[in-house]
Design a protein around this ligand. Sequence first.
Ligand SMILES: Cc1cc2nc3c(=O)[nH]c(=O)nc-3n(C[C@H](O)[C@H](O)[C@H](O)COP(=O)(O)OP(=O)(O)OC[C@H]3O[C@@H](n4cnc5c(N)ncnc54)[C@H](O)[C@@H]3O)c2cc1C
Length: 418
Amino acid sequence: MRALSRTPGRHGQASIRRFSDAVPMWQNRSMSDHRFLIAGGGIAGLAAALGLARAGLPSRLFEQSPVFEEVGAGLQMSPNGVAALRHLGAWDAVAPNCVIPSEIHVRDGRSGGLLQRIRLGKAFEERFGAPYRVCHRADLLGGLLAAAQNLPSITLETGARVTGAETGPAARLLLADGSAIPGAAIIAADGIRSTLRTLISGPAAPVHRGHTIFRALIPLQDVPPEIEADCVTLWLYPGGHVVHYAVSNWRSFNIVAAVDAKNEGEGWSTQALQSELLPRFAQACDALALLLEAPAAWLKWQGADLPGIPRWARDNALLLGDAAHATLPYLAQGAVMSLEDACTLSRELSRGLAPASAFVNIENTRRERTSRIQEQSRRMGRVYHAKGALALARNAMLRYGGSSPALRRMEWIYRWQP
Ligand SMILES: Cc1cc2nc3c(=O)[nH]c(=O)nc-3n(C[C@H](O)[C@H](O)[C@H](O)COP(=O)(O)OP(=O)(O)OC[C@H]3O[C@@H](n4cnc5c(N)ncnc54)[C@H](O)[C@@H]3O)c2cc1C
């Protein structure tokens, strides 16, 4: 885990102003409370701050951790994510630490046989309008943070836990130290276990999907030679699957293994023993078995999502990112959806709408797409973990269908533009 230093609070004007000469009516109050208040400094919160800055709107972000913690595992940055990062002005800060994989391989975890190959070169990039990259969550968070720190309109505050909020014409965020922070509107980007969700949407708990997801990082040089380290590889196995790829500009190798098993832990980073994982892949082919034996330590979390919460917006408060639509990671769209959210936030507020109206538009615009991604992610979990005849049929379709059907199926996700 790396820790980024705390950014000192800065109270300045937006460096990117789109309608500085026409202050909207809703902003025309005292200059001390015109900033948007963001709860949570993960991917969604930092991206939202950048989206607001792009719309010419200042913000104040409150992160509960004492530092912006760069924890987590690898993230796949599909073309829609790259397009969103470009729009938010953060791609230049994120790109240097991304890895350019050559191909995506889907393999049978028992035989080792190649079932599908997707080339990620120029033709892929032209088809979807942006490249496909992989990175560590830390690299994405660090890039967003660097971009946010460059903008004087964004104030970042760490060690600031949000405990509640008051919505309505006078929005206020309530912090654990007893302070009440006034602002123009509230963005709740406080993750899957959001504190503010009940206030905005009513009670809605994450739904555990009976999967435990293990992750490990190893130095690139420790990857067994049997593994193609320059590819993103997905291994399909009865009751589980494994995904791996290089991250952090080829310094580390990210391995994620999901299995059909309940896990009681709530956090992202529960310690896990090798002995919890290896028996689940007892019949793995040599290459996969060698890779799974490589990490000395694993972390695990519980596969959960948050389907169809009643509402994302109430008055001038809005849920974004995992707080609104947490998903299983099997389409690799959790972080990317948060980046898309921030672009939509930026667009709606750039039109000069009052926050309450803009927030309803954002919910209406985003809900169908994010629900569909959640639903398909659940389905991919079932497909990846299939057993017996179902697994044989799946493998035959992958082997003989080629990459075209897979690319067509991903088009509605990857072709998204801000
Ligand atoms: C520590 C961590 C590790 C993760 N690891 C992985 C991973 O390995 N693989 C994967 O697919 N996804 C991982 N994720 C989730 C992934 O980052 C998100 O699904 C996605 O990026 C959407 O991000 P988000 O900002 O909505 O939520 P999150 O990334 O969960 O960010 C929410 C942020 O809000 C802060 N916060 C929460 N409550 C409060 C509060 N009351 N007051 C102030 N701040 C608050 C949290 O500290 C956190 O920084 C991880 C998330 C976290 C927080």
